[in-house]
Write a new protein. Structure first.
Length: 287
């Protein structure tokens, strides 16, 4: 599968939409724009081709779903009543766009050196990032948006699954609601998990659709966490950070885990187990 074949495949899958396509050969991107107002999304084709080698049609399905939802929410309906909307926080990397395609600045708060908090209007199957011009339409201040978002994220259910690897306990939050990484902002939940930990507690948000919490009970656990986080990071549609964060009672500290057991990291049996773990908890129905 090359860039041109992927371009044609996406155009064929999206031909039912009332859109126009524009391919940039130099940047290897496909722009999909609504015919009625010109709004649209740009997809990096080369990135999808790289993921296609392993994920096959799954990555195509994800991109098609993403584009369909994005185009649908760009109809242009006005947001005017804050009493009938739900605002949620979403995490992004510091390198993520600070403005939308029209040049409007997104509403952003700094979280850690590796993560920023954006705010979004929940649209059911998708969400729309809030920009500063929308605050006036909603008659809300940035502080009010922050308070509403943190309140709403605390209302989410925090179901998780656990796995044990080499004596270390890993918790996977993967709820298919688009806000899995956002749950890192629920300090009450994190503090509850910390009371269960026997070792050092690490958390990770490799991409928006998973939150990993680890109870590191031995040195091997650090290598396992580093490998597992990188696996999720490279497979996510909206990657955030491949680094883990040390957590203690509401405080985060990004850490870089150096390989202390190279033989262990190259052990094919362990790597196969980690890959199976990632696939087991990977999100397939993203917002």
């Amino acid at each position: 599968m090359n860039v041109f074949q992927m371009r044609d495949k996406l155009k064929d899958r999206l031909k039912h939409l009332d859109v126009k396509f524009s391919f940039n050969r130099d940047e290897e991107t496909l722009r999909v724009s609504r015919n009625d107002n010109g709004k649209g999304v740009t997809v990096k084709i080369s990135t999808i081709v790289a993921k296609y080698k392993e994920q096959k049609e799954n990555i195509v399905d994800e991109i098609v779903y993403y584009v369909e939802e994005a185009i649908e929410q760009m109809k242009g309906e006005a947001l005017s009543d804050s009493d009938h909307i739900e605002i949620m926080p979403v995490l992004r990397s510091p390198s993520f766009d600070k403005k939308d395609k029209s040049g409007n600045a997104f509403v952003i708060d700094k979280h850690t050196a590796e993560t920023n908090i954006y705010y979004a209007v929940d649209l059911g199957k998708s969400y729309r990032l809030l920009d500063e011009t929308m605050l006036d339409k909603l008659n809300l201040t940035k502080q009010q948006v922050k308070e509403m978002a943190l309140f709403n994220v605390r209302k989410l259910e925090n179901n998780y699954k656990t796995d044990e690897v080499k004596g270390n306990i890993f918790y996977f939050i993967n709820s298919n609601d688009g806000y899995d990484a956002s749950r890192i902002l629920n300090t009450t939940f994190l503090n509850e998990i910390q009371t269960q930990c026997e070792g050092e507690m690490l958390v990770a948000v490799p991409h928006q659709d998973v939150l990993i919490i680890a109870d590191i009970r031995n040195k091997t656990g650090y290598d396992v966490m580093a490998h597992l986080t990188m696996e999720f990071f490279t497979k996510g549609l909206v990657p955030i950070t491949s680094l883990s964060l040390a957590y203690d009672k509401g405080h985060f500290e990004p850490i870089f885990i150096l390989g202390k057991n190279n033989k262990q990291k190259r052990n094919p049996n362990v790597i196969q187990r980690l890959e199976a773990t990632r696939k087991k908890y990977e999100n397939k129905d993203k917002k």
